[in-house]
Ligand binder design. Structure first.
Ligand code: SF4
Ligand SMILES: [Zn+2]
Length: 131
């Protein structure tokens, strides 16, 4: 069942559902995803699985790195803009799960960025002292 899957698997399933929803409305009303959407999905899934944050991966929308190629980022953005608002009616469990992940990711990323800033500040202070 969806809610018992690991976080990354749930994210991958959610993005697949969103891409499929978009494809059904814009390209392939019947059956599976078209080639272009399938390529977007494979790309996103590959990024999720090899994310530099590992098990600490935030949802990509709140990520400060944004490792997607610009054209893929734009494609995903268009898909999310279409499917995002429709998720709550058609897949409420996935939608709520994603909102919770987004909230937790945002908090985690804020903590991470504060830590990075602190390390940088300390490095600069050490450099200034030694100069
Ligand atoms: S955008 Fe950020 S969170 Fe998403 S896969 Fe790339 S590095 Fe990981
Ligand atoms: Zn498509």
């Amino acid at each position: 069942m969806f809610v018992f899957k690991r976080r990354k698997e749930r994210e991958i399933q959610t993005v697949k559902t969103m891409i499929r929803m978009y494809c059904k409305a814009h390209h392939h009303p019947e059956g599976e995803m078209c080639e272009e959407c399938a390529a977007v999905f494979s790309y996103a899934a590959m990024k999720y699985l090899h994310c530099m944050f590992g098990e600490e991966k935030p949802v990509c929308t709140v990520c400060p790195v944004h490792c997607y190629r610009p054209e893929m980022r734009e494609k995903i953005r268009v898909i999310m803009r279409y499917s995002g608002p429709r998720m709550i009616c058609r897949h409420p469990i996935m939608a709520v799960d994603h909102l919770i992940l987004q909230f937790l990711s945002k908090r985690r990323m804020d903590r991470y960025l504060r830590k990075v800033k602190k390390i940088r500040r300390k490095k600069e202070e050490r450099k200034a002292h030694s100069a």
